[in-house]
Design a protein around this ligand. Sequence first.
Ligand code: STR
Length: 519
Amino acid sequence: MAWLICFCVFAAVILVSLYLRKMTLMCVRGLLIDDRSPPRLPSLPIIGSLLSLRSDSPPHIFFQQLQKKYGAIYCLTMGSHKVLIINSHHHAKEVLLKKGKIFAGRPRTVTTDILTRDGKDIAFADYSVTWRFHRKIVHGALYMFGEGTASIEKIICEEARSMCEVLANLQSSPIDLAPELTRAVTNVVCALCFNSSYKRGDPEFEAMLKYSQGIVDTVAKDSLVDIFPWLQWFPNEDLKILKRCVAIRDKLLQKKYEEHKADYSDNVQRDLLDALLSAKHSSENNNTSTQDIGLTDDHLLMTVGDIFGAGVETTTTVLKWSIVYLIHHPKVQKKIQEELDTKIGRDRHPQLSDRGNLPYLEATIREVLRIRPVSPLLIPHVALSDSSIGEYAVQKGTRVIVNLWSLHHDEKEWKNPELFDPERFLDEKGNTLCYPSVSYLPFGAGVRVCLGEALAKMELFLFLSWILQRFTLEVPDGQPLPGLHGKFGVVLQPQRFKVNARLRIGWEKNLQCSEVESG
Ligand code: STR
């Protein structure tokens, strides 16, 4: 009996001490975690921080303003997801570059899943072997058919020529430049992806314009349905539009895919789609399961859809913003034209080899990309394992939003960040390009950096130099200047506006001579 009592007391002591030890450990860990958690917005069960996120400002500006109260890095809850908002370049570079692989994940959301057949693309797909493989192929193909070839310059110049011809024919009537710019940019991407182009008024092109805008208006803009996925089971107008637009896009992509499959040859690679088909064939010949590596028809289609959509929407948006700012700042426009007149003149058209000679134009492009970044919140990242940012612990699965807008408008980094001033990217003499701050990432950085950066820069340079060599862009009489706020979405687009593209003196005759193929 005595030994039984002894045993019970002994067991009780052990249990109590184990319990106490566990409690102490939990408290210490709790304290540690709390200490190392960034400031947090108030949050309620189920709805998370929704009540604190009500604002008339668009998200990038509201997140920038919240810094005053919470500091440069803070966290909030969206539905059931913990989200970190990063507003400084130190933290942004830690996420994108230093710990790029850890933060290379992507969240799955209702709208991007509809767009990408559950993440079978590149931009919105989570980090995986398949994703890495796709990115590598596309990277190679973009180089092979774009940045790395002289033919892409010819294609861009041909589109610029055709656009200038249309503008010249529409003299002195106010026009919305958006469809013309989009057609020119689309044709460059079309050449790259499908080795084809669109004529003006082509019904397929008109359909593309519509579906692309529908997608931009409804996808990945942190709408309620992406925060609370159960809302998708209730009537939702935006989701209806998105599904309709995606169906039209898919039909178009499928048609291009079938055409390519029909006349595919292992010996000739004409474009990005051929490059993807060739990778698919070689993995099939090597007996690698295309299912395993992810080269299914769905993956190929979604990847091409991504490159096509990204290629069109981003460059067109920057061109539109450039025109908005040039209309607001006629002096900047005049300076670019003077630079073009002295360095190129009227007897030949601008070409890529002129890039180093036109620093003021390059500085203007950099300033447009700073003041109105295409994607002010980038695409959200996800921590693939427990990690840290600055002094704060970050748990696996946390979503991380890099607020590029805050980086590009940081008063500690940029003098008068709200001011449009291309000269900030030039040295004191105004001859040499420079970066006055490191708080500048218009194309993102690291593992997920924009694949089309080099192509976009070529297009921006050539299209803008061709237009400004020949035309002066002005706001039509009696019309207000275009708005500068833009419409927030997966890309930050300017509102619609009209311009007069007035032929510059001396160009009435010269237009013909600029149309010869080489300069
Ligand atoms: C535009 C509309 C479309 O038809 C297809 C796509 C898919 C790729 C998206 C693109 C969109 C908008 C711009 C994105 C791009 C991937 C990378 C790019 C989001 C929705 C940026 O990060 C700016």
